[in-house]
Design a binder for this molecule. Sequence first.
Ligand SMILES: *[C@@H]1O[C@H](CO)[C@@H](O)[C@H](O)[C@H]1NC(C)=O
Ligand SMILES: *[C@@H]1O[C@H](CO)[C@@H](O)[C@H](O)[C@H]1NC(C)=O
Ligand SMILES: *[C@@H]1O[C@H](CO)[C@@H](O)[C@H](O)[C@H]1NC(C)=O
Ligand SMILES: *[C@@H]1O[C@H](CO)[C@@H](O)[C@H](O)[C@H]1NC(C)=O
Ligand SMILES: *[C@@H]1O[C@H](CO)[C@@H](O)[C@H](O)[C@H]1NC(C)=O
Length: 477
Amino acid sequence: MEAQQFLAVFLVSISLTSAQRPNIVFIVADDLGWNDVGFRNPDMKTPNIDKLATEGIIFENAYVQPLCTPSRTAFMSGMFPFHVGMQHRVLGPRQAACVPLNYTFLPGELKELGYATHMIGKWHLGYCKKECTPTYRGFDTFFGYYNMGEDYYTHLVGKYLDYSDNLLPARNYSGEYSAFTFAQRAVDIIHRHNVSQPLFMYLPYQNVHGPLQVPKKYEDMYPNVISECRRIYSGMVSALDEAVGNVTKALNDRGLFENTLILFTTDVSSCSISFKLYQQFCKICFFAIHLEHGVSFMYGAGLRKTRTSYDGMIHAVDWKPTLVSAAGGTPETSIDGMSHWDSIRNGLPSSRTEFIYNIDDMEVPVQGHAGIRVGDYKLLLGYPGAADGWHRPMNTTQYETYEQIVYLKGDKPVHLFNIREDPTEHNDLTEKMPDMVAKLRARLEEYRKTMVPANFPDPDHSYDPKNFGDAWTPGWC
Ligand SMILES: *[C@@H]1O[C@H](CO)[C@@H](O)[C@H](O)[C@H]1NC(C)=O
Ligand SMILES: *[C@@H]1O[C@H](CO)[C@@H](O)[C@H](O)[C@H]1NC(C)=O
Ligand SMILES: *[C@@H]1O[C@H](CO)[C@@H](O)[C@H](O)[C@H]1NC(C)=O
Ligand SMILES: *[C@@H]1O[C@H](CO)[C@@H](O)[C@H](O)[C@H]1NC(C)=O
Ligand SMILES: *[C@@H]1O[C@H](CO)[C@@H](O)[C@H](O)[C@H]1NC(C)=O
């Protein structure tokens, strides 16, 4: 008994020393569709991702926002985008805005717990002044780009470079596909890492966001896919998978893998509309039955391998407090996110029962929309999003284009769905369940009172990257 008590005290005390905290690798795949991984779809070749997912815990009900800036806001701040002014579309290269500086980002929280913190990949949370950029928001180092998307080889947005090594333009990587550079940088950091500190790496890869580009060798892994768009896209997924494999190998080589927790998630779920060489649009996603869930799983340190999946409700805002808990810290109580660490480890029901999809009152260019989930029900008011319909792209030879859909202003039309019974949202219950509509609408209006107006300024055309060494860099607001 005494020995057990001693052991318990001893275990608690070692769990608090920084050397014992798990290393954390947070991988984001940009715009990866729900069914675009091998563990769900045998047409996809992703052995490294599949191994981590199937030996870890796959999240069946993990929600993300429908766009990059809002999802990344949620990952880093633990706040719903509509609470920090980031709910309207995504930030453009000339917009002088970023997530408000008084929010501590995930790496800042982990730094307090003794972590070395590194980011490699896409930021997209504002960069007009250095205070908005990764190394001022909790990362020890940053290598990557600030904006939404760019050429995978030249790293240009328009005519100018968007590729930075900390605050300096990284000019000598032209011609190198970003997944290689990013994976190599991660491997280098792992090899240089002083193991007396726990390691946090945030790896938001460029893959598989548009434009559709990949070295031919990866495209050639899919000779039976008829659609060129889909073939390239599939290759991009496999290049990402190889990059994931290289990072896990480096962790293994360094003896760090056993004590590493990996969180993998997409930032945008279901259908992504990508574009080929900036010209032709192609629909490349493959809808499965889970229209609104992202690919997401955890692997490694601290998880008990008693189950293969977890179906509790999780939202992107929850990853920050969940990872802080996994690191042995105490998550903030002032944020929207809640930790699911104990529930995930022990297979307990999620303590989340509702969330806001978005509340966006800005009228340009789409006309205001809002959405809420309470239990099994989902209420959408106004513009419900562009990607309507079903698509099976593997056998498609033609490019498809976006359909322009015009919706009424304000909170019409209304859509109500029972997501558990009707995950594909074919059966609108608005007419049948007016009480449920009223209940969810009332809940939504409570949240709307707490909304911070969107910070979505007009582009600043006086900002000219020419004056900044032909690169998109901070220093103009
Ligand atoms: C950040 O500042 C905004 C605006 O002043 C305020 O509403 C919000 O509560 C602050 N948040 C934190 C975490 O300090
Ligand atoms: C680019 O330059 C940096 C700094 O001189 C160097 O560390 C890096 O290896 C170079 N990368 C390539 C791809 O040449
Ligand atoms: C992974 O590592 C191998 C061996 O070093 C290398 O050939 C390959 O290009 C790397 N792939 C990626 C995506 O980084
Ligand atoms: C690693 O960090 C520890 C603690 O700060 C320090 O004593 C040690 O010298 C470092 N090791 C290396 C190789 O830098
Ligand atoms: C493509 O079409 C063929 C013939 O209809 C079918 O057998 C095959 O399963 C389809 N492939 C995919 C990936 O949908």
